[in-house]
Ligand binder design. Structure first.
Ligand code: SUG
Length: 449
């Protein structure tokens, strides 16, 4: 078995980053509705996080944003004329649609796809399924472009297999890696893939949240596992606790995170937690498994949601395979209960040895923490060497991207600005430049005017 290393590919924040309150059940999104946003600061905060992980010695990847406002969607919905005319008509007649097609939501690439590394699949290739994101209209339009970009970046057919997104609609509603975790006893062994779902679509008698939507269905998770050729003995399906979805846990990665042989999770994360943990132990077959369960006494769910304690990244530095570093948003430091808990955690005998706090306020204000911003792809050396585009961060690429943001991004954006035809033009010019920087070729369908 070849050794593979987990690479975080972070989504670049797009030039139209804004707060439109589009995601019911996502507390931060609703709370910040119609606030002015800061696209330049948002993109620089994301880049700074990527650079700091690179500086820690990790391989760090970059994924480009999608074209927004997405006028092809507006044309599909019956608006006609020039792009400029369409934007002003939609602003007058259907401003909610303008907000939906302008969201920079593709930055949260944990929702871009589910990825199963080669070690886990029957054909020995790394499998990708772009998430259909059917639960939210503004996100449901992402997958065709996301799929095209993933195919472009992970292009070698001997190494990578790409599936279509699952059928649209509520039955196979799929949120990608935000509801998927992979644990593994060691870098060379196959992983245990854990799919977490919010409801069973075909069995309405089973538990489900009553207040907020359960975005991921069991049936979607099962279909992805089948498509990826995963072994049934190393795949687990577990239901999210409906009560925490109703408390604002719209994705499982808001209440649990796992990496290597460590699962860091809240006591209330899963519906049948004890059964799930037994099954996980069985899959680990006696290999060391570190379970860090946080009690509601130490951190109430409300604080976990407000601070994004679990939307953290657990990363392993090269040469320190038994230790994990926790990449947390600054909000964890600013929440007394969570900060006290984290300081106590460091004194305990767990693999988590260091905590790094990152400023990501612009993304956090839309409900996107450190873990939302990254898609994990485990790659062997041969798979990594097969990548043709310039998507692995080094100092030169970081500098190029910072200069690109300064050149193209606005400092502030208000809801009214979304109809500005100049914003559309600026976004397209930015993406056009980006395709050169990342050597992507033509992945965006638009023509520059
Ligand atoms: O889908 N927010 C995103 C946040 C996604 C977070 N991702 C993970 N947990 N992995 C969502 O709810 C808000 C957009 C707005 O309201 O403007 C938004 O789409």
């Amino acid at each position: 078995m070849t050794l593979s290393a987990e690479i975080n590919f972070d989504g670049l924040v797009g030039p139209t980053h804004n707060f439109a309150g589009l995601s019911r059940g996502n507390v931060a999104s609703t709370k910040n509705r119609d606030a002015s946003s800061h696209p330049k600061a948002a993109a620089l905060q994301g880049l700074q996080k990527m650079k700091s992980l690179m500086d820690m010695g990790l391989v760090q990847g970059v994924l480009p944003p999608l074209e927004r406002p997405h006028t092809p969607t507006l044309r599909a919905l019956g608006f006609t004329g020039t792009d400029e005319h369409i934007l002003s008509t939609v602003q007058k007649q259907a401003p909610h649609l303008l907000a939906s097609v302008s969201s920079a939501s593709s930055m949260w690439v944990a929702n871009a796809a589910t990825v199963s590394p080669a070690a886990d699949t029957t054909d020995g290739r790394t499998h990708f399924t772009p998430a259909n994101l059917s639960a939210m209209f503004h996100r449901s339009i992402e997958h065709p472009d996301t799929g095209r970009i993933l195919k472009k970046i992970f292009s070698h057919p001997d190494h990578f297999a790409h599936h279509d997104a699952l059928p649209p609609g509520s039955f196979f509603s799929d949120e990608g890696a935000a509801n998927h975790t992979r644990l593994t006893p060691s870098a060379e062994s196959p992983g245990i893939e854990i799919f977490t779902y919010g409801r069973s679509a075909f069995d309405p008698s089973t538990p489900r949240p009553s207040r907020y939507p359960a975005r991921q269905t069991r049936e979607a998770s099962e279909a992805v596992a089948r498509n990826h050729g995963l072994s049934i003995n190393r795949t687990l399906f577990v239901q999210q606790n409906p009560a925490v979805i109703d408390a604002g846990v719209f994705h499982n990665d808001v209440i649990a995170v796992g990496s290597a042989n460590c699962l860091f999770f809240h006591q209330d994360a899963f519906l049948n937690s004890d059964d799930f943990i037994q099954n996980l132990k069985r899959c680990f077959a006696g290999n060391p498994l570190s379970l860090i369960e946080v009690s509601r006494k130490d951190v109430p769910v409300e604080d976990a949601v407000a601070s994004y304690l679990f939307n953290t990244q657990l990363v392993q530095l090269p040469g320190a395979e038994n230790d994990l570093q926790l990449i947390a948003p600054m909000e964890c430091k600013n929440n007394n209960r969570v900060y006290d808990y984290l300081n106590r955690l460091l004194a305990q005998n767990t693999p988590i040895k260091t905590i790094h706090y990152k400023e990501l306020r612009e993304s956090m204000n839309n409900g996107g923490g450190p873990a939302c911003l990254r898609l994990r792809v485990s790659l062997s050396k041969a798979e990594r060497d097969s990548l043709q585009t310039r998507v692995l961060l080094d100092n030169a690429l970081y500098e190029d991207l910072v200069a690109w943001v300064h050149k193209h991004y606005r400092d502030t954006l208000s809801p009214a600005d979304l109809a500005d035809p100049q914003l559309l033009q600026e976004s397209r010019e930015a993406l056009d430049d980006l395709t050169d920087i990342l050597k992507l070729g033509s992945v965006y369908p638009f023509q520059l005017s």
